[in-house]
Design a protein around this ligand. Structure first.
Ligand code: PMP
Length: 394
């Protein structure tokens, strides 16, 4: 079909680079560190089966009927309680249930962005967020950071120069870098957003997966009117339920999000909402998260040990306190895209880092996922990848 029959905003939209890579990695002999998938063994299948049967037996016709766009009220109440551990004080009205937190990024884009509007994103940034903002024809302004988050000087210069409408960030256990914003940087971002009349999307799908260090209160708490917090149950129950939420204190923003969601999907699956509500109201989540964290902590440590043992000198990586990813930087001049086909020949896969850089660069970086592979695969995969990297680095 002639490309020009599509809307202009889609002309240059290519398929998500990671999805393309995942196709190559579907061969069973390939050990994949490429995706961002939770371990299937972490899914509480039996509990969900029992809950679904009970919910349908008790309330089948209501659950199968249309629901409200804002979400199932008891779930909104339960989430208002749940977010207290993040330091967030919110009423149930201020919680909107979403079909995954990704929908929140999209609805914020829909609510705020006209063609040519600017959005500050991290460099590197979550790939799907880059794609979403591009689909609204926004101009992306990547700003560099370090292991504590956005560099405050660079962020202020970008705010002054580009007058963006939105700042997007992943505050805890960043995808792809694994870093966590320090308390000081959280305060600073909130302060700068107010100074330059800008709004913030705090995307936090990984915050509950902590294996070391102490929790840092949500950035949202430093300016609840300007920061919309996005949370998710994808990584702590199951992504297939598609339950996320927004905490939006600002009633005007909330109204725009609700209008956007009406057009997008009317409402989030009632059955999924009721299942997540059962988890929260029965108090099952803290123990469940503990068991996931035990497993992922061991996997993180195994991968870190594997990198230490097998990777050549010159490769560096971030040691994350949680989440699902390790971020590796190779020496300048070595392209992870060139390494990729050799790695596939050796039956191991990763994601080259370049697509996470909104304005190019990052060719010498790559992302490794440690949650989805088994312990044996982690050991073997690190050895295979180390061997390939040595060919390029020696
Ligand atoms: N934000 C980030 C940073 C993510 O990594 C993901 C999951 N890949 C999402 C949002 C989307 O998560 P959900 O399943 O809640 O839509």
């Amino acid at each position: 079909m002639a490309e020009k029959r599509f809307a202009k905003r889609m002309w240059h939209a290519s398929s998500n680079a990671i999805r393309e890579i995942l196709k190559v990695t579907e061969r069973p002999e390939v050990i994949s560190f490429a995706g961002g998938l939770p371990a299937p063994s972490s899914f509480p299948v039996a509990t969900i089966k029992k809950m679904a049967a009970e919910i349908l037996a008790e309330d089948g016709p209501v659950v199968l009927q249309y629901g409200t766009t804002e979400g199932y009220w008891p779930l909104r109440e339960a989430i208002a309680e749940w977010v207290k551990v993040k330091g967030i004080e919110a009423s149930p009205e201020q919680i909107l249930v979403l079909s995954g937190s990704q929908q929140g990024i999209d609805l914020m884009g829909k609510a705020f962005l006209d063609a040519g509007d600017r959005v500050i994103v991290e460099e590197p940034a979550y790939l799907a967020a880059i794609q979403i903002f591009r689909s609204y024809e926004a101009e992306l302004v990547p700003v560099k950071g370090d292991e504590e988050g956005y560099d405050p000087g660079a962020l202020e210069r970008a705010l002054k120069e580009h007058q963006p409408k939105l700042i997007y960030l992943v505050s805890t256990f960043h995808n792809p870098t694994g870093i966590t914003y320090s308390l000081e940087r959280r305060k600073k971002v909130a302060e700068l957003a107010a100074k330059y009349d800008c709004y913030v999307i705090e995307d936090d799908p990984y915050g509950d997966l902590r294996y070391s260090g102490d929790r840092v209160q949500a950035l949202q708490t430093f300016n609840p009117e300007r920061v919309v917090y996005l949370g998710s149950f994808s990584k702590i129950i199951a992504p297939g339920l598609r339950i996320g939420y927004a905490v939006a204190h600002n009633p005007e923003i909330r109204q725009k999000l609700v209008i956007g969601k009406q057009g997008a999907d009317v409402h989030t699956s009632n059955l999924s909402q009721r299942i997540v509500h059962s988890f929260l109201s029965q108090g099952l989540l803290p123990d469940h998260i503990d068991s996931i964290c035990q497993d992922y902590k061991a996997k993180r440590d195994l991968m870190l040990a594997g990198l230490e043992e097998h990777f050549p000198a010159g490769a560096k990586w971030v040691r994350p306190d949680g989440g699902l990813f390790l971020w590796v930087t190779l020496p300048e001049g070595i392209s992870a895209v060139d390494v990729f086909p050799r790695a596939i020949e050796e039956n191991v896969a990763f994601v080259p880092g370049a697509p996470f850089f909104a304005r190019g660069g990052g060719e010498n970086t790559l992302r490794l996922n440690f949650s989805n592979a088994s312990f044996d695969q982690l050991k073997t995969g690190c050895a295979r990848l180390g061997k390939v990297l040595k060919e390029f680095l020696d």
